[in-house]
Design a protein around this ligand. Structure first.
Ligand code: GLY
Ligand code: MN
Ligand code: MN
Length: 502
């Protein structure tokens, strides 16, 4: 904090020694009871083993990241970096500024790596932090875990963050040091400084940065096949998301009547996301009428009107940070018009084709190929492709692609701790890779006819439909994890009637 800021700080600041002595004393002893071992602990240990195998002899630094200022002295709610959460199992609120380090062990010590988390533990009641630190102090933001508590809960050795610089500098010239840079810029800068102090040239530091990026990509790819615990977290996120969608359906009338209905829908879903889990996994898209044609409509400033549809793309992130990503396009009055149903059923057919392409050994890109073929066929059937352009012509990736006017996005992405999970994986590892049991993917085709689209039939204008489900690749094919949320046009109508009738 600058001197100027200090001078202009107008909060009361107790300074007398008498006050400090007074605030130190008179607290009940801490119980000392340690938390139980988290269920995730052995799974996180297995993930660290996989990283260890990929990086023999190297020291790997995976920060959780710190608090980010929202404005002035207010921070955003903390969320640990996904690579850190995956490798430690730390929960949503646990714990800013912690850094996981995998220290290479010598062959004599058994090889592999030793995992240590460096963290800022609970400060004693005799410290200034205890009562006077608005960002970290127990009086202000609650008690942080002690080192012993973290070790007990997650089964990882915990040390004070002050030990981190020396722990990283140890053998820095001899042992390669890798850091996930985007997790915490301060830690990345510390690592670069240690590299320079260890005698690395500028060129070598640049090469090290490239290697850092490769580590981040490896950790992203490592999340592609989910373990049993992760699949259970995804099921929980999807169950919670259904609760949120049903709360929205139950009050569609309220959204129409109150005005600013999209905000009402956003709030309803957000309420249940926060109540069921950690919150929303991404900003909810609450897009009524023509807004559905804006793919990432998160302003949610519009009305919800009778006679229109509302596209709700939303997911609950549970406390372990795994998120659902589900879209339903709902007729506001409970019944699709003929034109709405025509579009909806085309998108449904595309989604079904996309899902049926999912099986071990198929390629990730097969999902989009199957879904987009149906989209292209429907558009061709409606006479919307340019004269003389066949389905095969438009599907040609070099010379066609006219259908993208009405569906510009991909059909699928990996899903997990990040809504767009594993995004740093290479093309070979992602788009061109074979599907494997344990992968979780969305299937989410759509058709979007803007109100001012003069090439669209008039009956379609101002309507956008997306249907998005979360699908697990199984040993023999797929399981639609969000099958509990009705999907066909008739089932959606029955669902709305049933939820509203409760
Ligand atoms: N909700 C963003 C997406 O569906 O990818
Ligand atoms: Mn998605
Ligand atoms: Mn989505």
């Amino acid at each position: 904090m600058s001197e100027e800021q200090k001078k202009s700080d107008n909060r009361p600041r107790p300074t007398t020694e008498a006050f400090r002595a007074f605030v130190r004393e008179g607290w009940a002893p801490r119980t000392g009871a340690l938390p139980e071992r988290a269920e995730v602990a052995p799974y996180a240990a297995a993930r660290r083993e996989a990283v260890s195998t990929a990086y023999p002899g190297e020291r790997l630094v995976v920060p959780a990241g710190g608090l980010k200022v929202r404005s002035n002295d207010c921070d955003y709610t903390f969320r640990p970096h996904s690579a850190f959460a995956h490798l430690t199992g730390f929960r949503a609120d646990c714990e800013p500024d912690t850094v996981l380090v995998l220290h290479p062990r010598s062959a004599a010590d058994g090889g592999g790596h030793e995992a240590i988390v460096y963290t800022r533990p609970l400060a004693g009641r005799d410290t200034e932090e205890f009562f006077a630190d608005a960002r970290y102090g127990e009086f202000w933001v609650g008690a942080r875990p002690t080192l012993e508590e973290l070790e007990a809960e997650f089964g990882i050795t915990a040390r004070h963050i002050d030990e981190l610089p020396d722990a990283l500098a140890k053998d820095a010239g001899a042992v390669a040091l890798r850091v996930v840079r985007d997790a915490d810029r301060d830690i990345a800068a510390l690592v670069d400084q240690i590299r320079r102090e260890a005698g690395l040239t500028d060129e070598q530091v640049t090469e090290s940065v490239d290697a850092d990026d490769a580590l981040a990509a490896t950790l992203s790819h490592l999340r592609m096949v989910k373990d049993g615990w992760e699949i259970d977290q995804m099921r929980a996120a999807i169950d919670a998301t259904k609760v949120g969608f049903e709360a929205v359906i139950a009050d569609l009338d309220g959204a129409v009547q109150r005005g600013k209905g999209e905000r009402w829908v956003e709030g309803l879903f957000g309420l249940h996301a926060r109540h069921q889990g950690n919150g929303t996994g991404y900003d909810s898209i609450c897009a009524a009428g023509d807004h559905a044609n804006t793919l990432h409509w998160i302003k949610n400033t519009g009305e919800v009107r009778s006679g229109e549809m509302i596209l709700l793309d939303a997911g609950v992130e549970v406390d372990s940070l795994f998120t659902a990503d589900i879209t339903r396009t709902l007729p506001v009055d409970g019944t699709f018009t003929d034109a709405q149903r025509e579009i909806y059923d085309a998108v449904y057919a595309a989604q079904q084709a996309g899902m049926e392409a999912i099986k071990p050994g198929a390629k990730f890109s097969d999902i989009h190929a199957a879904a987009i073929r149906v989209i292209a066929e429907r558009l061709h059937g409606w006479g919307l492709l340019p004269d003389g352009v066949s389905v095969e012509d438009t599907l040609d990736t070099e010379t066609g692609q006219y259908h993208r006017r009405w569906m510009v996005h991909g059909t699928s992405h990996h899903l997990g701790i990040d809504v767009h999970d594993c995004a740093l994986a290479t093309r070979e590892q992602y788009m061109d890779a074979e599907l494997k049991p344990g992968m979780i993917l969305t299937v989410e085709p759509g058709l979007y006819f803007k109100a001012d689209d003069e090439l669209a039939p008039e009956r379609f204008r101002g309507h956008g439909v997306r249907i998005e489900d979360d699908v697990l690749v199984t040993e023999t094919g797929y399981e639609n994890l969000s099958a509990g949320m009705p999907r066909t046009s008739h089932d959606v109508e029955a669902w709305i009637a049933q939820v509203r009738g409760r």
